[in-house]
Design a protein around this ligand. Sequence first.
Ligand code: DUC
Ligand code: ZN
Length: 454
Amino acid sequence: MYDLVIKNGRVVNADASFDADVAINGETIAAIGKDLAGTREIDATGKLVTPGAIDGHVHMQMTLPGGPTSTDTFFTGTRSAAFGGTTTIIDFAECRRRESMADSLARRRAEADPQVVVDYALHMTVGPTEINKLDQIAGLINDGCVSFKLYMAYGFYLDDGQLLQAMQKIAQGGGMAVIHAENWPAIQALVADNLANGNTSPVYHAASRPIALEAEAAARAIELATYARMPLHVFHVGSDDVVDRIAAARAKGLPVTAETCPQYLLLTEDLYSRSGVDGALPVCAPPLRSEYHRQKMWEALATDRLQIVATDHCPFTIAEKQRGINANDFTKIPGGIPSVELRYPLLYSFGVDDDLFTENQWVQMCCSRPAHIFGLKNKGVIAPGYDADIVIFDGDTEWLIEPDTLHDASDWTPYNGTRMGGRVISTFVRGKPVVQDGEFVGAQGSGQYVKRAL
Ligand code: DUC
Ligand code: ZN
C-alpha cells in the first residue's frame, strides 16, 4: 500500500505517454503501473499526469538599482507558479559590494525559505564587483550552486575581459553560465541619440535595442565560452538571428543551450506604439520583436533549434510603469513581464493544442530539459526514484485569462482575454498537494532550496 496513488491518468514524459497509476511514498515516486493501491487515491481519468514544470528564470522581489522592487514576493510568486503547474523555480542571488558569494546566497535563501511554496534554486550573479571574488566560484559549485549569471547589459555589465575571466573560473569549477546577451555600449549610443532627438516613447526602447546588437553579443558570448570550455545557456531569445547563432554552435557539438519566453512567443513589438501606459507595460529586455520572429520562435521550439521555455517573470505594477511615461523617458520604465503562472498552460494551448509540437515535446521543453540543463537531478521526469513533483492537467477545458483568475501580485497581464485550451487541476511538490482541484492548499515555507550538480 502506497501513501498516495494518482490513478488512471495518461502519464506524459519527454520520451513517451502511457496510461498508468503513479504511486508515491513520502516525497518520492515509488512505482508506476496498473491497479496500484494507496492509503489515499486520486482519480485522474481523462487527465494528463506530467512532471512538475521547471522555470529556470524568474525574478521574485528583485530590487532594480535605484528603482522599484518586482511585485511578486517569494510567496505570491511561487503560489502563482504552483497554480500554473510549476514546481521548481530558479531565481537569482546578487552580491553586495563587500559580501562574499556564500553570504549573498545565504541572504537570498533567508528571504525565500520562509515564503516559498514550491522548490527553488538560485543562479549566482557575477557583476564587475565580483571579479575580485572569482576564487569563490569553485566552492559555490561544490555546494550545489552551479550556474552563474553574466550580464552583457545594464550598468553592471561585464566587459569582454571580465566575461572571459569569469568563464574560465566557472569552467575550472565545473559550472555553467547563464547569459543576458546584448551589446550594452552600442545600445547606450542608440539610447543617447534617441533621447537627444526627443524620441522618448516606449517604441524607442525597442528601437534602441535592435536584434543586431543581441545577435552580436550572443555570438561573442558563445566564442568566449567556447574558448573557456564552459557550458553556456542563453537567456530570453526572441529573434531568429540569435537562434541561428545557437543552432550553429550546437551543430558543432558545443555545450550551448537557449530559452525563449512566452512574451516572445505570443506578443509583438507593435504593442509599444499603444498610447500611454499601455505602450509601457510590455517593456522588457531584450524587447519584443516582429511577427516574423514570433512565428520563428515556435518553429525553433518544434524543431529543437531552441531547447527550453522559461519566463523571465519580473512584474512591475501599472503605476511603476506609468512613472516612465510621466518622466518622458523610455529608459525609466522598469522592464519585465509576468507569466510564471501561464507558461506551462500557454505552451500546451498554443503548442500542443494547435499541433505545433507534441505533448512529449511540451514536457521536454518545460520540465525534463530545464532539469537536465540546470542540474536538478531528481526532477523533471515521472519515474520511480524521482521527486514526486506532479501536475494533473486537463487538456480539454477551455478558459479565458482575466486578471482576477491569476494568483500573482501583478495588477495586469499581457495575456488578458486569451482563450486557453488546457488547465492545471492539481500540483504536487514532493508528494504534497500545493494546488488541489484549483484551490491553494499549500503552506508558506514548504518549498525547499535544491542543491544542484551538473
Ligand atoms: N529583462 C527584463 O525585462 N526584466 C528583468 C531582467 C531582464 O533581463
Ligand atoms: Zn531575467
